[in-house]
Design a protein. Structure first.
Length: 573
């Protein structure tokens, strides 16, 4: 029988960790049917001579919930070899949601994840109320990658409790209704239930998001539903405020994992922020202790620092200052003309001294742009390429004999795409390496779809391949592909994805191991309603294949939309 697609002469890295081998890959009806020497005729053949052929990557921590409505290709993840994402993380979701609360939900996502409200109100056709109806909406949307989704605690709490969710303990009746909704969601195919206890997660009114109001009994009850059903993952945005609070959070989380018997996931990070931060290795030891006690707990890690990103075209740390605010409202060309004027510059530089002093409060990337402290110029880098080896603004200021603000003005005038990165967590490469090497962490924390103009983590897969494999040789290509594909697919129970072997779904990525890397991030006004976001593409990826169809060729979308909604193992038809 003829094949739909044949990838010839590639070097296969199959995701199992086994050594690479030369071979062909035959695809029919969305599945891999032959691997090795394949002579069958095919409707389409791709010559992969000199290229790696690997299973497509899985990213389990994204916030594509809103974007899936207007972006069929699944950017920016799709540009980095990702073929499957899980959304609805950290308790934020667009379902369940009553029609009268849509705008409030949208504003919440704006406050926490920097997804513009106007994009959500104009770019989404809100046809759902319940979680199963939302899944049906995702299923209907044209998609070039696969999506799984959690039911989010903050959304669920608002749905059941209304505004009481913002400051009250759930009543027995509230709890029963929330339990029923979690059961309904798991039965409909939710990947699990997500929540957050992170102090950086606040509403538009700067109050804690609903999931943070919930007591632990409520968490026990809702995760307990998944325990009874024997299905579903509990993902939680961790308490990162500081020493004792984080330790208490982790200890209580261990009880949830043990009592429910369900897999638990949270983001592992290294931070100097907050009062008395625990050493980052504390979380890794904790993962081992949980395993020893019989719990399944995964740490989610990125592959580089999580950064607040600044540029002339998006945010600068000084935008909150009165003289800056006035200037920043002008069209870009006018801003540049004023920035070049010596008298104006003098005022702008002097104003920086009025910024809030630095303190120990843990700030996420969002707060760094909307509620900034005076920058630590030793921890603010002028990005020159993607090699993670950029000069700090302080170094440039010393070398040029200029004030740091003048350095940033000059660099931005010379190149209005100049990007500045301020690591929020995971500042040192060795911290990330320690986390990535730990057997109970997953390389999967892009936050794709969120913080659209403030952070850019979507390049985590190409950064892994270019930086950790090629430049640092800390992982072999086989180990890296295994982490990005198989390990994540297995952790989320995607039994027929993440490995390049006959019988598996044909999600594939074909790339040049010597050239693959992230491109530089840029600011583009391509959201519904014309709002801005950071965009980061990649180089060196020849083709991306989802369910047997080529979706991207050399970074260009083919127009094919073979992506599907993935229903979790608890799904009952
Ligand atoms: Zn998140």
């Amino acid at each position: 029988m003829a094949l739909d697609l044949l990838i010839k002469n590639g070097t296969i890295v199959d995701g199992s960790g086994a050594p690479r081998h030369r071979g062909d890959v035959g695809v029919r009806d969305g599945r891999i049917v032959e691997v090795g020497r394949v002579d069958s005729v095919a409707e389409r053949t791709i010559d992969a001579d000199g290229l790696i052929v690997a299973p497509g990557f899985v990213d389990g921590h994204t916030h594509m919930d809103a974007q899936v409505a207007w972006d069929p290709i699944g950017s920016c993840s799709c540009w980095h070899g990702v073929t499957t994402v899980v959304m609805g993380n950290c308790g934020f979701a667009l379902a369940p949601c009553k029609p009268e609360e849509r705008e409030w939900f949208a504003r919440c996502l704006t406050a926490v994840e920097d997804i513009p409200t106007e994009s959500m109100m104009s770019g989404i056709d809100w046809t759902w109320e319940t979680f199963p109806e939302y899944l049906a909406h995702v299923e209907r949307m044209p998609k070039a990658i696969n999506y799984g989704a959690y039911i989010g605690h903050s959304a669920l709490r608002m749905y059941v409790m209304g505004k009481r969710a913002l400051d009250q303990t759930a009543t027995p009746d509230d709890l029963r209704r929330m339990e029923a909704a979690v059961e309904e969601a798991i039965r409909a195919g939710a990947m699990g239930f997500s929540s957050s206890r992170s102090t950086t997660h606040v509403t538009p009114d700067n109050t804690p998001v609903p999931s943070r109001i919930a007591d632990w009994t409520e968490v026990d009850r809702l995760v307990g539903v998944m325990g009874r059903l024997g299905s579903g993952i509990f993902q939680v945005g961790p308490d990162i405020s500081g020493g004792a609070a984080q330790r208490a959070f982790l200890a209580r989380l261990k009880r949830v994992a043990l009592e429910s018997g369900r897999p638990v996931m949270f983001g592992t990070i290294a931070s100097r922020q907050g009062e008395d931060p625990n050493p980052w290795t504390y979380q890794l030891d904790y993962l081992d202790e949980c395993a020893a006690a019989g719990a399944t707990v995964w740490g989610q890690s990125g592959t580089r620092s999580i950064n607040a990103i600044f540029s002339l075209k998006s945010y600068l740390p000084f935008d909150v200052l009165p003289a800056w605010r006035e200037l920043r409202r002008l069209p870009l060309a006018e801003q540049k003309a004023r920035l070049a004027d010596p008298a104006t510059r003098k005022v702008l530089v002097a104003e920086e001294a009025r910024m809030k002093p630095r303190d120990n409060v843990f700030q996420g990337g969002g707060a760094a742009t909307t509620d900034p402290r005076r920058p630590d110029y030793d921890n603010l880098y002028a990005m020159k390429d993607v090699e993670w080896n950029d000069p700090t603004v302080a170094e440039l200021a010393a070398a040029r004999g200029q004030h740091p603000v003048e350095v940033m003005i000059d660099l931005s005038l010379a190149n209005d795409n100049q990007v500045y990165v301020q690591p929020i967590v995971n500042e040192r490469p060795e911290q990330i390496l320690g986390m990535l090497r730990h057997p109970r962490t997953l390389a999967t924390f892009s936050d794709s779809g969120a913080h659209v103009c403030q952070e850019m983590g979507s390049s985590l897969q190409t950064h892994m391949l270019s930086y950790w494999v090629r430049a640092r040789q800390a992982f072999t290509l086989e180990q890296a592909v295994r982490k990005l594909a198989h390990d994540n697919a297995a952790a989320w129970g995607l039994a027929d994805r993440g490995v390049l072997q006959p019988g598996y779904r044909a999600d594939l990525v074909v790339f040049d191991a010597e050239r693959v890397r992230p491109a530089m991030p840029t600011v583009e006004a391509d959201l519904p309603g014309g709002a801005r976001r950071l965009v980061q593409k990649a180089e060196g990826i020849a083709a991306t294949i989802v369910n047997g169809e080529v979706t991207l060729e050399h970074g260009q979308p083919t127009g094919r939309r073979p992506g599907v909604l993935l229903r979790g193992p608890g799904h009952r038809a």
